[in-house]
Write a protein that binds this ligand. Structure first.
Ligand code: SF4
Length: 186
C-alpha cells in the first residue's frame, strides 16, 4: 500500500510588507503586482547546447521547477516574460536572440545560464558571442559549465527577488529607456 502521508506540507507565500488590522490588509500596488508576477513567471528556454540539457533536468520531477509557478514553459516569445538563454550563442545567432527578446512584451527579464551565455565560456573565438549582454540586457547570470539544476533554481530565485521588488513604474522610467537605447532597442 502506498503511504499517503504528506510529510512536506506546502508553504504559503508570504504577504508583502504592509499594514494589517482586523479584517483588512493594506499594501502598495507595486508590492501586490510584484507578488503575483514573482510566482507566475513564464520562461522561454532559448537552449542551444549542453546547458539546455541541465534545464531539462531542472524541469523534471526531481528538481521540479513547477514549485516556483514557472512550469508553463513558452516557446512563443509573446507569451513569455523570462528569457532563459542556455548554451553557446554564435555571432550569427545573436540577431535572432535579439529579435526574440524584442518580441517579448514588457515586463520581461533575462537570465544568462552558464558560462557560454554569460561570457562565451571556453569558446574565446571569432565566431562566438562573448556573452549575451553584448546584444540584450541581462538581469541574472548563472555561473558554471554547466551549472547544476540547483544553480539554475538559485538563478530563478534571484530573478524572483528582482520581480517582487520592481516598481510597476520602472519600465516607463527614463533610465530603463536609456538602457534599452544603449542596445539599439526602442
Ligand atoms: S557553459 Fe559549458 S555546458 Fe553550458 S553550453 Fe557552454 S560548454 Fe556547454
Amino acid at each position: 500500500m502506498i503511504d499517503m502521508e504528506v510529510k512536506d506540507k506546502p508553504t504559503i507565500v508570504q504577504a508583502p510588507e504592509g499594514e494589517k488590522g482586523e479584517g483588512f490588509f493594506l499594501t502598495s500596488m507595486s508590492a501586490a503586482v510584484g507578488l503575483a508576477r514573482k510566482n507566475s513567471l513564464w520562461p522561454l528556454p532559448f537552449a542551444t547546447s549542453c546547458c539546455g540539457i541541465e534545464f531539462m533536468a531542472t524541469m523534471g520531477s526531481h528538481y521540479d521547477f513547477a514549485r516556483f509557478g514557472a512550469e508553463r514553459v513558452s516557446f512563443s516569445a509573446r507569451q513569455a516574460d523570462l528569457l532563459m538563454v542556455m548554451g553557446t550563442i554564435a555571432k550569427k545567432m545573436a540577431p535572432v536572440l535579439k529579435q526574440v527578446y524584442t518580441q517579448m512584451a514588457e515586463p520581461r527579464w533575462v537570465m544568462a545560464v552558464g558560462a557560454c551565455a554569460s561570457s562565451g565560456g571556453i569558446f574565446d573565438t571569432y565566431s562566438v558571442l562573448q556573452g549575451i549582454d553584448k546584444v540584450i540586457p541581462v538581469d541574472v547570470y548563472v555561473p558554471g559549465c554547466p551549472p547544476r539544476p540547483e544553480q539554475i533554481i538559485d538563478g530563478l530565485m534571484k530573478i524572483q527577488e528582482l520581480v517582487a521588488n520592481e516598481s510597476i513604474r520602472r519600465r516607463y522610467s527614463p533610465e530603463y529607456k536609456e538602457l534599452l537605447a544603449s542596445y539599439g532597442i526602442e
